[in-house]
Each structure stands twice: as structure tokens, then as C-alpha cells.
Design a protein around this ligand. Structure first.
Ligand SMILES: NC(=O)C1=CN([C@@H]2O[C@H](COP(=O)(O)OP(=O)(O)OC[C@H]3O[C@@H](n4cnc5c(N)ncnc54)[C@H](O)[C@@H]3O)[C@@H](O)[C@H]2O)C=CC1
Ligand SMILES: O=C([O-])CC(=O)C(=O)O
Length: 219
């Protein structure tokens, strides 16, 4: 589905900002860019295709607010990496306002955030996924992007894009959005040792997901 939609977009609106929320996001974003390359619509100096991973941030913010009794609208936990299992990397150490966790709680919360999508898919047993939460996350991403395109300052969101931050060719990090889509990739925030290990652990899975997307297009 993503491939077919992108074939048309590459022809009729190659410069449009595209947010892809369809799973597997880790592979559908590389698929989209491969389509653009084939259609000569790919601009290596510009990023206009985004994997929407905002739901991971929404979940991290929600779980931290519940645990710590904070207002969810005032919390921001950056979540980097990809959008499945171990590739989802919540940086709880970089939450604002700062929150502290004993290591065991940090580990449990990290794993809950990583498995939250699967938890809902399993609970719905064949009837889809976290559909409404996904819509909320998509709207959060779209509104931030639209505000930035309209000239608003300081619109930052983590999204999964082509990246040189790690050995993986795609990686979500906080992005400063602006009139051209990505104004600046803000890179990987500071991490504690546990989080640096999560990034390292995510690499094989993430790189294999990216390879799968690219290979899907070379068949
Ligand atoms: N990135 C994220 O945060 C999240 C992503 N997702 C992903 O979003 C997607 C949709 O999830 P749900 O809405 O829960 O699934 P769903 O199963 O409720 O809806 C899928 C829809 O796609 C339609 N469809 C199937 N084949 C089609 C085709 N060839 N052309 C056009 N439409 C077709 C179906 O009729 C159905 O209405 C899935 O890929 C899911 O994994 C879901 C939750 C979060
Ligand atoms: O696997 C799925 O479709 C669920 C998913 O991405 C999520 O809820 O974050």
C-alpha cells in the first residue's frame, strides 16, 4: 500500500511533506524513499518523508505522568530509534521536567513503552491496533508540522527519518521543524549508560528492518 501510494506522490507531489504511520514504520519509510529514488523524485539534501513515531512519545509522557503524578501536558520524554520493540528507545533520563527512577523502575517502564503497541494489538485480538491513540499521535505530528510550515518557532518532534546519527540509515531523533520540513536534526540527546546500551541493542534489529524495506523494493 505504501509503495503504491508513494509511486503516485513521487509523480504528482514529490516535495510534499509525507508522514508515514503505517507499520512496519522501520521498513515503510525506507520503502518510500526507494520509490522516490526510482522515480527521480529523491532529493538527498532534503528530508520530506517522516515515519510518525509520536505515539511512543505520547505513551512515554502518559506513563511517566501516571507514575509520578504529574500533568501529562507538561511532560516531554524524547523517544528515539525506531517504532517496534527494542528499536523504541525512551530517554527517560532526558524527561522534562526531570524525573528520577530507581534502575528497576526505569527498566520496567522502558519495556512497557517498547511493548505498548503489541500489548494493544494482542488485547484487540485481530481487530486492529491502538487506532484512536494512533490518530491522536498523527494529529500531534501533523499540527506541529503545519505550525512549523506556517512559520512558528521551536516546533520540535522526534520522527523516524534518513539519518547519519548512528550506523542505521534511518533513526528517530528530535527534529527542529521549519518552513522546509526538517530545519535541523537535533541529534541524539545526552544519554545515561543504560540508554546508550539500548541504542546499541537496537542496531541489529533496526538495520535488518531497513534492509528488508530496501530489499522489498529491489525485487
Ligand atoms: N506508527 C504508529 O504509531 C502506529 C501505527 N499503526 C499502524 O497503522 C495501520 C492501521 O492500523 P489500524 O487502523 O489499527 O488497522 P485496521 O485493521 O483497523 O485498519 C486498516 C484499514 O486498512 C484498510 N486496507 C486494507 N488493505 C487495503 C488496501 N490494499 N488499500 C487501502 N486500504 C486497505 C482496511 O480496510 C482497514 O480499514 C497499521 O499498519 C498499524 O500497524 C497502528 C498503531 C500505531
Ligand atoms: O503494531 C501495531 O500496529 C501497533 C503499533 O504500532 C502501536 O500501537 O504503536
Amino acid at each position: 500500500i505504501v509503495r503504491d501510494l508513494c509511486e503516485v506522490c513521487a509523480e504528482v507531489c514529490p516535495d510534499a511533506i509525507m508522514g508515514i504511520i503505517t507499520n512496519p514504520v522501520n521498513s515503510t519509510v525506507p520503502i518510500a524513499e526507494e520509490v522516490y529514488k526510482r522515480k527521480n523524485a529523491f532529493n538527498e539534501n532534503k528530508i520530506n518523508i517522516f515515519g510518525v513515531t509520536s505515539l511512543d512519545i505520547v505513551r512515554a509522557n502518559t506513563f511517566v505522568s501516571e507514575l509520578k503524578g504529574l500533568d501529562v501536558d507538561k511532560i516531554n520524554v524524547p523517544v528515539i530509534g525506531g517504532h517496534s520493540g527494542v528499536t523504541i528507545i525512551p530517554l527517560l533520563s532526558q524527561a522534562t521536567p526531570a524525573v528520577s527512577f530507581p534502575q528497576e523502575e526505569r527498566k520496567k517502564l522502558t519495556e512497557r513503552i517498547q511493548n505498548a503497541g503489541t500489548e494493544v494489538v494482542e488485547a484487540k485480538a485481530g481487530a486492529g491496533s491502538a487506532t484512536l491513540s494512533m490518530a491522536f499521535a498523527a494529529a500531534r505530528f501533523a499540527y506541529k508540522m503545519l505550525d512549523a510550515l506556517n512559520g512558528a518557532d521551536n516546533r520540535v518532534e522526534c520522527a523516524y527519518v534518513r539519518s547519519t546519527e548512528t550506523p542505521a540509515a534511518y533513526f528517530a531523533t528530535p527534529l527542529l521543524l521549519g518552513k522546509n520540513g526538517v530545519e535541523k536534526n537535533l541529534g541524539i540527546p545526552k544519554t545515561i549508560e543504560y540508554e546508550a546500551q539500548l541504542i546499541e541493542n537496537a542496531m541489529p534489529e533496526l538495520q535488518s528492518n531497513i534492509k528488508k524495506g530496501i530489499e522489498f523494493m529491489s525485487k
